[in-house]
Design a protein around this ligand. Structure first.
Ligand code: NAD
Length: 490
C-alpha cells in the first residue's frame, strides 16, 4: 500500500502543480472566466487539484473547435480513423497504471477494479475502431422501377456528458464510437471526477488524434453542461447520469431538437428461486452490489429471494458483507473504497436512517467506517417490503435491500414495481421458468444464472426511467450517425 500511495503521489504531482485545465482545440487552457473549483480525494478529503470551471464561453469555444475539426475528421476514410483509434487504444494500455491510480484517488474506487476498467477503456477503443471502416455502409433495395441506396453519415459535433462512477471507462464507451463514426466531441466530465478525462484527451492526441476532434470542458451541470445541451451546433447529446438529470437535458435540448441517448439510473433486482444454485447466486449477488463501491448503474441493489430460502440466503449474504475489506482504494486487498464525495456519502448514510424508520432490519453494516474519508460499511437490509424507500430509490452505494417473494407471479410483481428498468438478474435451474420470467421482466438487460458480463457487440441500455437508446455493437453507430436514403429510377 505504501508503495502504491507513493506512486499515486507521483502521478498526481502534475495535476497538483498545473491543475486540471480544459482542453480545447489541442491546447490545455484555463477557463475563460479564470474561475476554478477544487477536486478532492474521498480517501481523506484532501485537495487533489484545482480544476478549470468552464461555463458558456468555454463550451462555445470547444464547440467551435469541434465544428472546425468535423469536415476533415468525418471525411477521413474509416480505415484511417481506425488506425488512429487503435493507436489510442495502445496508448491507453501503455498508461493504464497511471489512469487506474488517478481514478482510484479521484473517485475512491478500488485498484483491483480500476486496473481492469482502464484496460476496458482500451478495449472499447479497439472494438469501435474496428467498425469504423464500414460504419457508413448500408444496403441497396430495389423495386422494378427504383433503386434505393441507404447509407449512414456522421451526425456532426456531439456532446458527451458523463457521471463520476468509473468515469474513464464510461467516457471511452461514449467517445470511442462517436469518433469511430466520424463525429467530433465536446466532453463535459462530472465535476466530482475530472482527472482521467484530461488524461484521455492527452493520450488520444499523443496517439495522433487531430486537434479539435476531442475537446474537454470541466465545470458544473447547471452552466457548462446546460450550455452544451443547448448549443445549436451540437447535434446530439450522449448522457450518462441520473434519471432526473436526463429529464432536464431533454427539456434543455428541446429548442434545438437535440437527439439524445440516455443511460440513467437503476434499481436492479436479482431474483433467486429455491431451485437455483445458491452458492453461485450468493457469489454473484454480493459481487454485483459490493464491487465498485455499489456505485454502478447495473448493481444488483434489490435481492428478491423465494421465501423458502430467504433466511438462509440473507444469512449468507450478511456473512459475506461482514467479511468484505473496506479500505484505502490503492490497497490491493480492498474491495470497497470510500464513496465518491461527502455529499454522496451523506445521501447513502441517510438511507441507513430511512431503513430503521421504515422498519427494515439491518443485517450487516448500516454505519460509517472510521472518521476520515467517505467510508461506509457494506450493508444488507432484510425484512424489507418493496414500497419502502430503500427498495424504490437508487442508493448508489454498497447497500443491498433483500425482499422475500412467494412464487413467480409475486417475484415478477415486485421486480417490475419500480420506476427503473435497467438490468435484472435471474437465478433458477428451471429453463421454462427462466423463459417465462425473462418474457415479463421490465429491464433492458437480463442475465440468467450469471453476474453482469459485458459483451461489447450486445446492446446495453435500459427501459422506463433507466434510459433511452442502446449502446454497443452497431447500436452506438446508429446514434452517432444519420441514416440517409437516395432513390434512383431504374
Ligand atoms: P448526475 O446526473 O448528477 O450527473 C451526470 C453528469 O451530468 C455530470 O457531468 C453533471 O455535471 C451533468 N449535469 C448535471 N446537471 C446537468 C444539466 N442540467 N445539464 C447538463 N448536464 C448536467 O449523475 P451522477 O451523480 O454524476 O452519476 C450517478 C448516476 O449515473 C446514477 O444515477 C447512475 O445510475 C447513473 N449511471 C447510469 C449508467 C447507465 O448505463 N444506465 C451508467 C453509469 C451511471
Amino acid at each position: 500500500l505504501e508503495c502504491n500511495i507513493a506512486k499515486a503521489k507521483d502521478y498526481m504531482a502534475r495535476f497538483a502543480a498545473e491543475g486540471v485545465m480544459n482542453h480545447i482545440d489541442g491546447a490545455s487552457v484555463p477557463a475563460i472566466s479564470g474561475k476554478t473549483f477544487e477536486t478532492i480525494s474521498p480517501v481523506d478529503l484532501g485537495k487533489l487539484a484545482v480544476v478549470a470551471k468552464g461555463g458558456e464561453a468555454d463550451i462555445d469555444a470547444a464547440v467551435a473547435a469541434a465544428k472546425a475539426a468535423f469536415p476533415a475528421w468525418s471525411k477521413m476514410p474509416g480505415a484511417e480513423r481506425r488506425k488512429i483509434l487503435i493507436k489510442v487504444a495502445e496508448a491507453i494500455e501503455a498508461r493504464a497504471e497511471e489512469i487506474a491510480f488517478t481514478e482510484c484517488m479521484d473517485t475512491g474506487q478500488a485498484l483491483r477494479f480500476m486496473s481492469k476498467a482502464a484496460i476496458r477503456g482500451a478495449a472499447n477503443f479497439r472494438f469501435f475502431a474496428d467498425q469504423a471502416p464500414h460504419a457508413e455502409n448500408g444496403e441497396v433495395t430495389r423495386t422494378p422501377t427504383q433503386m434505393n441506396t441507404t447509407s449512414r453519415r456522421p451526425i456532426g459535433p456531439v456532446g458527451v456528458i458523463t457521471p463520476w462512477n468509473t468515469p474513464f471507462m464510461l467516457s471511452t464507451w461514449k467517445i470511442a464510437p462517436a469518433l469511430a463514426s466520424g463525429c467530433t466531441v465536446v466532453h463535459k466530465p462530472a465535476e466530482f471526477s475530472p482527472m482521467t478525462a484530461k488524461l484521455l484527451v492527452e493520450i488520444a492526441e499523443s496517439a495522433g488524434l487531430p486537434k479539435g476532434v476531442l475537446n474537454v470542458v470541466n465545470g458544473f451541470g447547471e452552466d457548462a453542461g446546460k450550455r452544451l445541451t443547448e448549443h445549436p451546433d451540437i447535434k446530439a447529446i450522449a448522457f450518462v447520469g441520473e434519471s432526473r438529470t436526463g429529464s432536464m437535458i431533454m427539456a434543455q435540448g428541446a429548442k434545438t431538437l437535440k437527439r439524445v441517448h440516455f443511460e440513467l439510473g437503476g434499481k436492479n433486482p436479482v431474483i433467486v428461486f429455491d431451485d437455483a444454485d445458491i452458492d453461485r447466486a450468493v457469489d454473484a449477488a454480493t459481487f454485483m452490489i459490493y464491487s465498485l463501491n455499489g456505485e454502478r448503474c447495473t448493481s444488483s441493489s434489490r435481492l428478491l429471494v423465494q421465501n423458502t430460502i430467504y433466511e438462509e440466503v440473507c444469512n449468507r449474504v450478511a456473512a459475506v458483507a461482514k467479511r468484505i475489506k473496506v479500505g484505502h482504494p490503492l490497497d490491493p486487498e480492498t474491495v470497497v473504497g470510500p464513496l465518491i464525495h461527502p455529499e454522496h456519502e451523506s445521501k447513502v448514510l441517510s438511507y441507513f436512517d430511512k431503513a430503521r424508520e421504515e422498519g427494515a432490519t439491518i443485517a450487516a453494516g448500516g454505519e460509517k467506517v472510521g472518521d476520515q474519508g467517505c467510508y461506509v460499511a457494506p450493508t444488507l437490509f432484510t425484512q424489507a417490503t418493496n414500497d419502502m424507500a430503500i427498495a424504490q430509490e437508487e442508493i448508489f452505494g454498497p447497500v443491498l435491500t433483500a425482499i422475500p417473494f412467494k412464487d413467480e407471479e409475486d417475484a415478477l410483481r415486485i421486480a417490475n414495481d419500480v420506476q427503473y428498468g435497467l438490468a435484472a438478474y435471474l437465478w433458477t435451474n428451471d429453463l421454462n421458468r427462466a423463459m417465462r420470467m425473462t418474457d415479463e421482466l421490465q429491464a433492458g438487460m437480463m442475465w440468467v444464472n450469471s453476474e453482469n458480463i459485458r459483451h461489447l457487440p450486445a446492446p446495453f441500455g435500459g427501459v422506463k426511467a433507466s434510459g433511452i437508446g442502446r449502446d454497443g455493437g452497431d447500436w452506438s453507430f446508429n446514434f452517432y450517425m444519420e441514416t440517409v436514403n437516395v432513390s434512383f429510377p431504374r
